[in-house]
Ligand binder design. Structure first.
Ligand SMILES: C[S@@+](CC[C@H](N)C(=O)[O-])C[C@H]1O[C@@H](n2cnc3c(N)ncnc32)[C@H](O)[C@@H]1O
Length: 269
C-alpha cells in the first residue's frame, strides 16, 4: 500500500473510500490505483467535452453503459457534474451493483445521478429524453455496440467508447474460417490468437466507420499506457453532421473481404 499523490484536490476522499478505491486509512493498492488512473485519464478527455456541452445546454444528460460499480459516473459527478445542472444515468444489468451505487449516491446527496438495472440493448426503451454524451468504459463485448447505436439513435453530440473484450466478430471469423481460407487475406486470422486480435481490431475499425458514416468525426487514441490496461483503445466521436463519403462502401467492402455478411445489419445503417 502506498499513498497516492495523483488524487485531484477537488476529489472527495470519502467518496474514494466508499468506492473502495482508497482504504479506510486513505491508502491505495495497485489494482485500485490502476482503475483510478484509467478513470482520471478518461476524465482528462471528458472534462473539456463536459465544459463545452454545459455551455450549450446547462441541463445536459450523460448516459453511461455497462457502468459496473459506476466509478466513472461517481468521479464525473464529484469532479464536474455536481457543480452544474447536468445529470448522469448509469445502465448496468447487475442489480446488486445498481443497488449499492444507488445507496452511495444517496449517501453523498448526488441527486442527479440515476441508475437503472437493465440490459444496455434496452436503453432506447426507457431513455426518452435527449442525450448529450454517451459513454461506455469497458462495457463487455456487444454492450459497447449497444452504447454506440444508442448514441446514434439519440443523435448524441459525443459518443465516447473504451471497448472491452470483443468476442462477436472473432467468433464469426472462426465460424467461416475453413470457407475463407481460399483468400490469402485469411492468413490474418488463421491462428487462434490472431483470430481474437484481428476480431477485436476489426470490430473497432467497423465501429469507427459506422460513426463516420453517420456524421461523426472520430478520434482514436490510447487511454493509458499498456502497463495499466490491455483494453486501451479510446474512441471519441463528435457529431459534426459531416458524413464521410466512402465510409458505408468501405464497411461493405471490409465485411465482404472478411466474409462477415451477418454483420451488415449492425454496421451498415
Ligand atoms: C468490465 S465491467 C466495467 C465496469 C465499469 N464501466 C468500469 O469500467 O469500471 C463491465 C460491466 O458491464 C456490465 N455489462 C456487460 N454487458 C452488459 C449489458 N449487455 N447490459 C448491461 N450491463 C452490461 C457488466 O455487468 C459489468 O458490470
Amino acid at each position: 500500500m502506498t499513498l497516492i499523490e495523483e488524487i485531484k484536490p477537488q476529489q472527495s476522499i470519502e467518496l474514494l473510500k466508499h468506492l473502495h478505491i482508497l482504504t479506510r486509512d486513505g491508502k491505495i493498492n495497485q489494482d485500485s490505483r490502476r482503475k483510478l488512473k484509467q478513470v482520471y485519464h478518461l476524465y482528462q478527455f471528458i472534462e473539456p467535452i463536459l465544459k463545452e456541452i454545459n455551455l450549450i445546454n446547462s441541463n445536459y444528460f450523460v448516459v453511461d453503459h455497462g457502468a459496473g460499480k459506476s466509478y466513472l459516473g461517481f468521479i464525473l459527478y464529484d469532479l464536474f457534474i455536481k457543480l452544474t445542472q447536468g445529470k448522469i444515468l448509469s445502465i448496468e444489468r447487475n442489480k446488486e451493483l445498481v443497488f449499492s451505487s444507488e445507496q452511495l449516491a444517496k449517501k453523498f446527496n448526488f441527486e442527479r445521478m440515476q441508475f437503472v438495472a437493465a440490459d444496455t440493448n434496452q436503453a432506447n426503451a426507457f431513455v426518452k429524453e435527449n442525450v448529450d454524451i454517451v459513454t461506455a468504459l469497458h462495457a463487455c463485448d456487444t454492450a459497447t455496440d449497444d452504447a454506440l447505436h444508442f448514441g446514434l439513435k439519440k443523435e448524441a453530440a459525443w459518443i465516447i467508447l473504451i471497448p472491452c473484450c470483443q468476442a462477436e466478430v472473432a467468433k464469426l471469423l472462426k465460424t467461416h474460417k475453413a470457407q475463407s481460407l481460399q483468400n490469402p487475406l485469411a492468413e490474418l486470422w488463421r491462428h487462434a490468437i490472431h483470430t481474437r486480435e484481428l476480431g477485436s481490431h476489426l470490430t473497432n475499425v467497423l465501429r469507427c466507420l459506422l460513426l463516420e458514416s453517420q456524421g461523426y468525426q472520430v478520434t482514436v487514441t490510447e487511454l493509458v499506457g499498456w502497463e495499466h490496461s490491455m483494453k486501451n483503445e479510446l474512441i471519441i466521436a463528435k457529431k459534426t453532421q459531416q458524413i464521410k463519403g466512402n465510409a458505408k462502401a468501405r464497411i461493405e467492402k471490409i465485411l465482404g473481404e472478411f466474409n462477415l455478411p451477418e454483420l451488415k445489419s449492425k454496421f451498415i445503417i
